[in-house]
Design a protein around this ligand. Structure first.
Ligand code: GCV
Length: 715
């Protein structure tokens, strides 16, 4: 009875309405096995956890919920630290300064969000102290402790100390005010604008819990293709309600700002950043926002990109635009995240070069509360891209990373693709900008340029789907993003294993089967979509499925033929000095890795080179044969994934088992379609047979070219 009450009190939305469907994410506190929970109980006999803030309150509530679920047990709540068996949680200010607490405090990194967890040797069972410099550190410490329990870790000898390496760890929601989500595949927007601010959907709290549990501390509520209405009082009031709900969880609200808002809302004649009336308008608007949301984080801006207004409309540059907003935000402590995802309307010689060309000359011109948000690669969240050449190239400016969690180019919410490996591949790439080991991670965490403000953004994959992300495994991408935002050097495999354990439990054979499948899944998708460095081959506009034949659109660089350049003489985009010379945007050490097709890693071969179909690959086969083998191998790997998953039937919840089974069947069909469409399309140019031993495509090329998909989600 006690347990039921707790569940109802603490997790109304979590438990009552959505049983066994993935709604609880990695915070599903299922009972641990008996011997272990007995052992844990002896370590958590009593709980000392003074509550001095809302953050303390929600942290304590979460801990009690977790203990009740995992151990079926509530510790005795007390004010006295009784040594053995006590769990003591708080800040140096909130806890009595006993020697034991001091010992834990000594381990605490000097950081607002840091925590330390220490076992203090006692008689038979020691005392455990979770300490943070602030209540937010305590909250993160509590979630870390819960994670240890969920993963059946030994908690008798703990000596953990953690501080995030990146300050602003933000989700970007491409959510529109009509609740559609641009490139969203998990239903509608979580934000029920119509019923806000009156109705506080319990889901908002669960969203905050999930984010806090992985260290995310900011959220941009609306699409970067922004509607100026977001900045009107009616919507600010709604946003303020969300900010109130998120605040105890250490999460700040940010908004995407439409650059033309002074014209759209203020009736000004222009939005020229050097116009004093425009400056005045922004300054007043920002002051108004802070009246609604006193800890407002700041603005995210997409300007002069894909038709969005920006400073270039008035002959100004991106620094002028960003600094305009930065000046308005500065007195309130707000920041501007100014996106570098820009490209001109005219046909470029190479779109991959444009962001660098526009931003590199502005290095050093941005105010100190501006941070330039750069996508992981130079085109647009493709299944594989080399790291963006701006990383490391702007030593006098602050740069942040933008990843995409929503799988716009990686199979939407039907394909099982773990993105931790993709994120990590970029973060670990060496820019060589300051000699060896100048990794992208070190640019992002500020250690490279000593940049005072650090940040990272992930385009959210959440929506109203019962399981939040559409595909049950897409939850792992939200999870991995948060963990890598906290520590960009963290290991993608460890993160995947942690997610599996927290989501599916600690059965060793399940982990042994599913972990390799997850770790391989992104390479599998690359194989059946865009192997060997190919990119931008997807269907027109909706970006669903293959479309290597896309040509003759309003912009050349929105077509596929612009990127693969397949012809009788070969395939690939020459970005060496004999082509677009995009390689010159990287330092010589990086160039050296890619500029010779004989030594360029296969993964990037056709990104940087245009090569004949009979080019001799390192494996000894021709380029054409290698391309075919990658496509066929990718499709076969999905069949392997189906077999691995089928063997887990007895070990996972039956609803999730069936959902993933069905989605893998869809993924297999989609992988075959990608394979057959691309191989047949490119074969027109190679004029070479599909290698022996590979089955014939199911249909002729025209069949794939003529297929139409209506009402594809995300647009
Ligand atoms: C929000 C790609 C997507 C667009 C997106 C854009 C961006 O082009 O297809 O939907 O717009 O990136 O990142 O701004």
């Amino acid at each position: 009875m006690k347990r039921i009450c707790l569940l109802l009190t603490f997790a109304l939305g979590m438990t009552a309405s959505y049983p066994q469907s993935g709604y609880r994410l990695w915070l599903d506190y299922k009972p641990l096995n008996e011997p272990l929970s007995d052992q844990y109980r002896t370590h958590i006999r009593t709980l000392v956890f003074p509550v001095n803030s809302e953050t303390d309150r929600v942290a304590k509530q979460e801990l009690l919920l977790a203990l009740d679920g995992l151990l079926g047990y509530q510790p005795e709540l007390t004010d006295r630290i009784e040594g053995s068996g006590a769990l003591v949680i708080g800040t140096p200010a909130s806890l009595p300064l006993l020697d034991d607490v001091r010992e834990a405090q000594g381990a605490l990194p000097k950081h607002d969000e840091a925590y330390a967890i220490r076992s203090i040797a006692g008689d038979n069972t020691p005392m455990t102290v979770i300490i943070g410099n602030t209540d937010r550190g305590v909250l993160y410490g509590v979630y870390a402790f819960i994670s240890l329990l969920q993963r059946s870790q030994d908690i008798s000898m703990l000596a953990l100390a953690e501080a995030p390496k990146v300050q602003l760890r933000v989700l970007n929601h491409w959510d529109n005010l009509d609740r559609t989500v641009e490139r969203g595949y998990a239903g509608f927007s979580l934000w029920d604008w119509h019923r806000l601010p009156g109705y506080r959907d319990p889901r908002y709290t669960d969203y905050a819990r999930a984010n806090a549990s992985i260290g995310i501390n900011g959220t941009v509520l609306n699409n970067v293709n922004a509607n100026a209405l977001m900045l009107t009082p009616a919507y600010l009031e709604k946003a303020a309600t969300l900010a109130d709900i998120f605040r105890p969880y250490g999460i700040k609200v940010y908004l995407s700002a439409r650059f033309s808002a002074p014209v759209d809302l203020g009736g000004l004649e222009d939005a020229d950043p050097l116009n004093p009336a425009v400056q005045q308008w922004w300054s007043e608007k920002v002051a108004e926002i802070y009246r609604y949301i006193p800890d407002f984080g700041g603005f995210l801006v997409k300007a002069n990109s894909e038709g969005q207004p920006g400073p270039q409309n008035y002959g100004r540059n991106h620094a002028d635009g960003a600094n305009l907003l930065a000046e308005a935000l500065k007195p309130h402590g707000g920041v501007v995240m100014w996106r570098a995802f820009v490209y001109e309307d005219t046909e470029p010689e190479d779109r991959a070069k444009q962001a660098y060309n526009e931003f590199k000359p502005l290095d050093g011109k941005f105010h100190d509360n501006v941070i330039v948000q750069v996508k992981n690669g130079p085109i647009d969240f493709q299944p594989r891209e080399p790291f963006h050449p701006l990383f490391g190239a702007m030593p006098h400016s602050q740069l942040m990373m933008e990843f995409q969690l929503t799988q716009e180019y990686l199979g939407f919410a039907t394909n099982l693709v773990y993105l931790g490996t993709l994120f990590s591949e970029t973060l670990r790439a060496d820019t060589y900008c300051y000699g060896a080991n100048s990794t992208v991670a070190r640019v992002i965490d500020g250690s490279m340029n000593k940049q005072p403000m650090t940040a990272i953004a992930g385009v959210a994959n959440t929506g109203t789907a019962t399981n939040w992300t559409g595909h049950p495994f897409a939850q792992s991408n939200w999870y991995a993003y948060g963990r890598l935002a906290w520590n960009p050097d963290a290991d993608a495999g460890t993160i995947a294993e942690d997610w599996l354990r927290r989501t599916f439990g600690n059965d060793g054979s399940l982990i042994d089967a599913l972990l390799p499948m997850m770790m391989r899944s992104r390479e599998t998708a690359v194989n059946y979509m865009t192997p060997l460095g190919l990119h931008h081959l997807m269907g027109w506009d909706h970006h669903y499925g293959p479309g290597p034949w896309i040509t003759d659109k309003m912009r050349a660089d929105w077509t596929s033929v612009y990127y693969h350049k397949a012809s009788k003489d070969g395939i690939g985009f020459d970005r060496t000095v004999s082509g677009s010379d995009a390689l010159s945007q990287y330092v010589p050490e990086v160039r050296a890795q890619f500029e010779d097709p004989q030594t360029c890693p296969d993964e990037y071969l056709l990104w940087f080179h245009h090569l004949p179909w009979d080019f001799n690959m390192k494996s000894g086969s021709t380029l054409w044969a290698a391309l075919c083998h990658h496509y066929y191998h990718g499709a076969e790997e999905v069949a392997d994934m189906q077999a691995v998953w089928a063997a887990q039937q007895d070990k996972v919840d039956h609803i999730i088992f069936q959902e993933v089974t069905d989605l893998l069947a869809i993924q297999r069909e989609e992988a075959r379609r990608w394979r057959d469409a691309c191989v047949l399309y490119f074969q027109q140019f190679s004029d070479m047979p599909i290698p022996d031993g590979l089955e014939s495509p199911e249909h002729p090329l025209e069949y794939y070219e003529q297929q139409q998909f209506h009402f594809v989600p995300g647009i």
